[in-house]
Design a protein around this ligand. Sequence first.
Ligand code: GLN
Length: 221
Amino acid sequence: MVNIGVLALQGDFAEHIEMLASLGANAFAIRRDEELANVDGLIIPGGESTTIAKLAIEASIDTIFNTIQKMALSGMPVYGTCMGSIFLAKEIEGSQQGRLALMDIKVRRNAFGPQKFSSEQLVEIPEISNEPFPAVFIRAPIILTCKPNVKVMAKVPQGIVMARQDNLLVTSFHPEVTGNKAVHQYFVKMVQDAKKSSGSKSPIESVTFYPETAIPVTQIS
Ligand code: GLN
């Protein structure tokens, strides 16, 4: 069985925990650095990216983000939904807000407009299923650009809404609020595969932030 943590500092973490548990994963909330110790994979849920950026400067929880960065760079699968995708992005259009800056994507926040334009769209995700996925967009970002090492997994007319770069997975939408488990199933498989192949990688000692002008999460004021 795999242990999958869901970052529970803010946002809709409970729905993710429920869905992961229904898929047979050992799923639990993560609020402190030390709770990451036995985690094989991590979900960063939807919420508000400017809030999590501010949380990153509070000394009491400061190290959790550095630990997540190190674990992700060492190969731990991380899945960011909506706000989570913004927090994982190396670039955020027009913003230097605090973020993990791990994935070679540039995102635009609130790309579908305000809350009243939140909607559900059927999205083709060929890698996951032949059936279209009921994607729920809530003040969602889109991925504007990504580097060639990023695999685009789904698009809508507004832009890219699902992508993967090695052990990092992002969706603009919220699969945890649908009854459809296909995306979570895909992530659980990523975690299982990574757990099987772990041991072959050497741990990463230091973290480089990108772009260089971006403010590391620990230094935001
Ligand atoms: N609009 C939010 C932000 O920019 C994300 C919304 C969500 O996660 N549902 O952080």
